[in-house]
Design a protein around this ligand. Sequence first.
Ligand code: IPE
Ligand code: IPE
Ligand code: MG
Length: 235
Amino acid sequence: MPAHVAVIMDGNGRWAKSRALPRHAGHRSGVKSVRQTVEMAAQRGVSYLTLFAFSSENWRRPADEVGRLMGLFLEALQREVDDLHRNNVRVTFIGARELLQAELVAKISAAEQKTINNDGLRLMVAVAYGGRWDIVNAARKLAAMVAAGELSADDLNDDNFAAELALGDVPDPDLLIRTGGEQRISNFLLWNLAYAELFFSESLWPDFGQQDFDAALDFYASRQRRYGFTGDQVA
Ligand code: IPE
Ligand code: IPE
Ligand code: MG
């Protein structure tokens, strides 16, 4: 069983298009897959779940679509936070939140504060997130520490670098699931996915359900993770 599952939730637009609906109808339909996936992850004993909801590149979309997505985040957060809390989920958001509307930032902080002591599933939602943004952000913080004399440049290593990334002390994803059929990373967790097993599903995100999730877990269970060792070494 993977301890940490990361998901690129892709295919909402195509789901809507195939039904002659506007793209935002696909995003709305995708919210129930989010809910289901959180439930399945908790049920199956996954400890960490990171969901890619909006990338640093998605700002390039038409203003109407971006606005509706932000509205949907606000609405879903408002509606789901009590349930998440009741289910002992701790929710945090990763990404450039200073780019989000004040109202959404306030709701995000409130949800994080409310659930901060929960010790069930840890749910990370990536909004306005980009892997390159994350790495540059960490480098900026480390450079400031070096300039302040708190850290020597020679002491920089994998561990203290990773600690400044958005996921901080959360262990790296073991399994990455991408729905919607594309086989690319799209600037998701560039550093943290270094040794993730990659599972690509043809299902569009609004259609993603229990069968797809279990297929991903089965795929993961069949992999031998070698981390550079030989197969015999890890067997
Ligand atoms: C994923 O679905 C949701 C976001 C990126 C916000 P898309 O909106 O990318 O759906 P497709 O890829 O156009 O079908
Ligand atoms: C990746 O999907 C981002 C999210 C799912 C939030 P995109 O639909 O933006 O990815 P590309 O542009 O097809 O690579
Ligand atoms: Mg897409």
